[in-house]
Structure formats: C-alpha cells, structure tokens
Design a protein around this ligand. Structure first.
Ligand SMILES: C[S@@+](CC[C@H](N)C(=O)[O-])C[C@H]1O[C@@H](n2cnc3c(N)ncnc32)[C@H](O)[C@@H]1O
Length: 261
C-alpha cells in the first residue's frame, strides 16, 4: 500500500520532467547524448553499467549460434561500451546510432581500437539495412535496449532492416528490458521516491522516449515467425548503473537469438 502511495506521490514530478522530453525521438536522443558528460559505473547514463555479469548470460548463445568469422553490427550502440566488448569476439565491430553525439562519444571512448568503427544512422529508415549489407556483407547483429524504446511500427521497420543485414549466415542477438509493471512501478523499482529521483533516471525521464517493455509477445510481433527462426530465448537480467546507494541495479529482461528464414 505504501508503495502505491509513494508511486502516486511521484506523479507531479515525473509529469513535469516528462514534459521536457522532445516529441521527436531523433531530436530526443540527440539532445540526451549531447548533454552527457560522464559515462560508466558512476556516470549519468542509466544503462551504461559494467558488462561482465550481464554478458555471461549471452556467452553460451553467442558461442553456439553465431558465426565468429562474420563482422558484427551493434545497433543503437550509444557510447559504444558493448561495441568494444564485441570487437574482442568478432573480426570487426561497427556501432551505429541515430544520435550523432552518441557516435562522437563512442569514437572518443574507443581510440586505438583498429577493429572498431562507428557510424550515425537511423536503423528504422527504409533501406538502412541494405546499405549496411552492401558495405559490410552479411553480418551478425547485436542490439541492446533499443526495441523497448520504439513504437510497434518502428520495431517492425527495425526488424526488417536487420533481416537485410544478417542475410543467410548472420544472427541477431537482442536483449531488452522487460519490466511488466506500469511506468511508475518501474521507476520505483529503480529507486525513485517522492522528491528523490536518482540523477541517471531523472535525465532519462526528462530527455528520451518513454520506455515500454519487450518480451516474447513483442518479439513475435516485430519478428514474424514466417521470416525468423528463434534459436534461443529466455529471461535475463539487464544491469543498470548503481542508484540510490545500491551497489548495482538489475532490471528484468528478455533475450533472443534469431536467424532469418
Ligand atoms: C537505451 S540506449 C542503449 C545503448 C546501448 N545499446 C547500450 O546498451 O549501452 C538506446 C540507444 O538506441 C539509439 N537509438 C534509438 N533509436 C534508434 C534508431 N532508430 N536507430 C539507431 N539507433 C537508435 C539511441 O540513440 C540510444 O543510444
């Protein structure tokens, strides 16, 4: 009961913050990344946590289903933390993001890594997948935390582009947050309380599109069974930066490894 009262008491502050976020998602992401000053465990970016513990959950699927001789494209790469992790496991890794400021930051954090590259691109735009396929050939795809911030129509557009990238040999590894409660209970689970919203969460509420959730049903809607084979999927834990005095912040998530039919 107290939890629900607390959540309701957060409404005015959350509504005031949410009004600040631009309606156009591209402008929102660019604005968000252009204002980021610090990344990493003690930084301002909610999802930019240490990789180790979370990555262990994907290792078996990567080893079993992905052709490690193909390059990999990190779709919606943000500041490139996972692109750098992928570059140690594949011949080359390309991070793409709709926000130019994210790409600039990713490149600045990745100097002296010869097999890592970054590019600004809206992966929901028609033809974006074909463009990447022409430049890089068939490739694997990694995507973390992008589908759950897209509307259903954009999710389908993105999945269609991924199909063009992977061709016959590439695979998609997607991993998304899948918190099934309402936005207020989600914020509460991340440590928000009336009058006290952790800074990384405050920046997200006031800057970027409202997140949804993404589980098996949402995956099936975006990646129809007629076009995709699911090789492995299941629940995972997504790590976010520590907030409200915690040593870590864990969010229920969903991962899927897929190939195109
Ligand atoms: C929640 S962040 C996740 C960043 C990164 N994948 C990670 O896990 O650290 C979502 C990212 O997707 C990018 N993004 C959103 N829509 C996109 C689109 N249509 N095409 C490419 N990138 C997009 C945003 O700019 C942002 O960097």
């Amino acid at each position: 009961m107290l939890r629900i009262v607390n959540q309701l008491r957060m409404v005015p502050e959350v509504a005031r913050l949410a009004k600040l976020a631009p309606h156009d998602p591209v402008a929102a992401w660019e604005g968000y990344w252009s204002r980021v000053r610090t990344t990493g465990t003690h930084g301002e970016v909610l999802w930019d946590a240490e990789i180790g513990k979370e990555a262990e959950q994907y290792a078996h699927a990567v080893d079993t289903f992905m052709d490690r001789g193909l390059p990999i494209i990190d779709v919606g790469c943000g500041n490139g933390r996972w692109t750098r992790w992928l570059a140690d496991r594949f011949p080359s890794a390309l991070g793409v993001d709709v926000a130019e400021s994210a790409i600039e930051r990713a490149a600045a954090e990745s100097t002296d890594l010869p097999t890592v590259d970054f590019s600004t691109l809206d992966l929901t735009a028609p033809g974006a997948g074909r463009l990447l396929q022409e430049e890089h050939g068939e490739a694997n795809v990694f995507v973390r935390g992008v589908f759950h911030v897209l509307r259903p129509r954009q999710r389908k557009d993105l999945a269609r582009n991924l199909r063009d990238i992977v061709g016959h040999r590439g695979r998609v590894l997607l991993t998304e947050t899948n918190f099934r409660g309402n936005p207020l209970s989600y914020m509460h689970s991340l440590g928000a309380r009336p009058g006290s919203i952790p800074a990384p969460l405050r920046r997200a509420i006031g800057g970027i599109p409202v997140p949804g959730h993404f589980g098996p049903a949402e995956r099936r809607a975006a990646f129809p069974d007629g076009s995709w084979t699911v090789l492995a999927d299941g629940p995972v834990t997504i790590e976010a930066v520590p907030m409200s005095g915690r040593t870590s912040t864990s969010i229920p998530g969903y991962f899927a490894m897929m190939g195109a039919r």
